[in-house]
Design a protein around this ligand. Structure first.
Ligand SMILES: Cc1cc2nc3c(=O)[nH]c(=O)nc-3n(C[C@H](O)[C@H](O)[C@H](O)COP(=O)(O)O)c2cc1C
Length: 395
C-alpha cells in the first residue's frame, strides 16, 4: 500500500510504546514518515518529508495559527499549516517570512476558496437574524452591519503569495479549487491538499488533481471543509471515512477531528492515515494566538458539550456551547460569509470584554484535553515514543 502507516503498540508496564513503520510504494522506512502519491510531477525524493512524528498541525484562522506555533510543531517533527483565512495578503506574507526565518522544514498554507454563488444574499433572512441578535443579546444595532458583506477573502492575491513562498503544501477549504488552480500549485513545485467530510466528498477529492486527501471527521473543531452539493456534512465515523478513502485511492491521507489523546492518534494511524491532523489540542498552547477569553473557556468550561452551529458565521462549525449558540443556533440562516461579518464586531467586543457567552468558542470534542503547554510538548505527548530511538524494524 502506498503512503500508509502501520503502527503497533507494545504494552510494557502498561505504557503506550509504539513503533511506527511506514510503507511508501516500494520502500519501507522505520522512524521516518514519507509521503508518496501517484502524481507524476513529484518524485519520491521530493515527497520525502522526514516527519519524525506523523502529525499535521491544522490551520486555525482567526488568531490561533501563528508562525511561532507552526515553528514549534515543525521542530517537534510535525507538519504545520499556516492559516491564511481572514488575513490580508500582506499579513500572510509577513507570517510566511517569520516562519521561514524560524525553520527550514516543510510546511503548508491553507486558503479559503470563495463561493461566488454566496454573493446572492437573502436580505430578508439577513435582516431578520440581525434583529434577532440585537434583541436576544441586547446589543446595539450599530455593532451589527445593516448591509450584508461578501468577500472572496483575497483568494487570488493570497494564492499568489502562497505560490511564491517555500511552502511544500497548499491546502484548500470551503470549496474545491479549479483544475487550473491545482495546476498552478503543481507548477510552483508544491503539493495540493483538498479536504472532504463524507464519501461523496472523498470521491470528488480522489478524482481531483489533489496530491493528498484530507479528511475532517464529524468531531472536528471549527468549520469543516464540506462543499455543499459535492460533499455532505456526514456524521460517518472518521475511521470508516479513512478506510473508504484508502479503498478508492492510494493518495496519502491526512485525517483528524476530535483527537484528544495518544490513543486516538494511534487509532487514526492504524486505520491507514499517513498523518493525523490536530487543531483543538493546540488552541491553548503557549505559542498559539488564541484569544484569552477563548483560552479561559477551554480551561473552565470543560463540563460543557460542543455543538455544531451556524449562529456565528452562517456555516456549520463546532464550538463549546454558550448563550449565543443556545439562543441563536435555530434562527441562523445559511449565509456565509455574511453572518461572519455580521457577528465579527460583537465577537471582538466579547473577546475584549471577557464575555465567553457571546464568543465563537471553536473546539472539537477533544477540547477538555487541551492544555496550556508548549506545542512541542503537546506533540511529544501525542506521540509518546521516538521512532528513530526505538530502532526496531518491522518487515
Ligand atoms: C479555532 C479553529 C480554527 C480553524 N480554522 C481552520 C482554517 O482556517 N482552515 C481549515 O481548513 N480548517 C480550520 N479548522 C479546522 C481544522 O482544520 C481541523 O479540521 C480541526 O481542527 C480538527 O479537529 P480538532 O480541532 O478536533 O483537532 C479550524 C479549527 C479550529 C478549532
Amino acid at each position: 500500500m502506498i503512503g500508509s502507516i502501520a503502527a503497533s503498540t507494545v504494552n510494557e508496564d502498561e505504557r503506550f510504546v509504539t513503533d511506527v513503520s511506514v510503507t511508501t510504494g516500494t520502500r519501507h522506512a522505520v522512524g521516518t514518515c514519507e509521503l508518496t502519491g501517484k502524481n507524476d510531477i513529484v518524485t519520491d525524493e521530493e515527497m520525502a518529508l522526514n516527519l519524525t512524528r506523523p502529525l499535521v498541525l491544522a490551520p486555525m484562522a482567526g488568531g490561533p495559527s501563528t508562525p511561532r506555533l507552526a515553528a514549534e510543531v515543525a521542530e517537534a517533527g510535525g507538519l504545520p499549516f499556516l492559516a491564511a483565512g481572514y488575513l490580508s495578503p500582506e499579513k500572510l506574507g509577513e507570517d510566511i517570512v517569520e516562519l521561514e526565518s524560524r525553520i527550514s522544514k516543510p510546511y503548508g498554507i491553507n486558503l479559503f476558496v470563495p463561493d461566488h454563488q454566496g454573493q446572492d444574499c437573502d436580505r430578508d433572512a439577513y435582516e431578520s437574524y440581525r434583529q434577532q441578535i440585537a434583541t436576544t443579546l441586547d446589543i446595539p444595532e450599530s455593532l451589527l452591519p445593516a448591509e450584508p458583506v461578501w468577500s472572496d477573502d483575497y483568494f487570488e492575491a493570497k494564492l499568489g503569495v502562497a505560490l511564491e513562498s517555500s511552502a511544500r503544501f497548499v491546502s484548500f477549504t470551503f470549496g474545491h479549487p479549479s483544475a487550473a488552480v491545482i495546476e498552478r500549485v503543481h507548477a510552483a513545485g508544491k503539493l495540493a491538499v483538498l479536504y472532504a467530510t463524507s464519501r461523496p466528498g472523498l470521491n470528488a477529492v480522489a478524482a481531483s488533481g489533489a496530491d493528498v486527501i484530507g479528511i475532517q471527521g464529524a468531531n472536528a473543531g471549527g468549520h469543516r471543509a464540506t462543499v455543499f452539493g459535492v460533499d455532505d456534512d456526514s456524521a460517518e465515523p472518521l475511521v470508516s471515512l479513512i478506510e473508504y478513502a484508502l479503498s478508492i485511492s492510494d493518495k496519502p491521507v491526512f485525517a483528524g477531528g476530535g483527537i484528544a489523546t495518544s490513543a486516538d492518534v494511534l487509532e487514526v494511524l492504524r486505520a491507514g492515515a499517513t498523518a493525523v491532523q490536530v487543531g483543538t489540542l493546540f488552541l491553548d498552547a503557549e505559542e498559539a494566538g488564541t484569544k484569552e477569553t477563548h483560552r479561559w473557556a477551554l480551561r473552565n468550561l470543560k463540563d460543557r458539550d460542543t455543538v455544531v452551529t451556524r449562529a456565528f458565521t452562517g456555516r456549520p462549525a463546532r464550538a463549546i456551547s454558550n448563550r449565543f449558540t443556545d439562543t441563536l443556533s435555530d434562527a441562523a440562516p445559511a449565509l456565509y460569509p455574511q453572518l461572519h461579518y455580521l457577528t465579527s464586531g460583537l465577537r471582538k467586543k466579547a473577546a475584549e470584554g471577557e464575555d465567553a457567552e457571546s464568543l465563537n468558542l471553536w473546539a472539537g470534542t477533544g477540547f477538555p484535553h487541551a492544555s496550556s503547554k508548549s506545542a512541542g510538548r503537546i506533540v511529544r505527548e501525542l506521540f509518546p515514543y521516538h521512532p528513530s530511538a526505538n530502532g526496531s524494524k518491522r518487515a
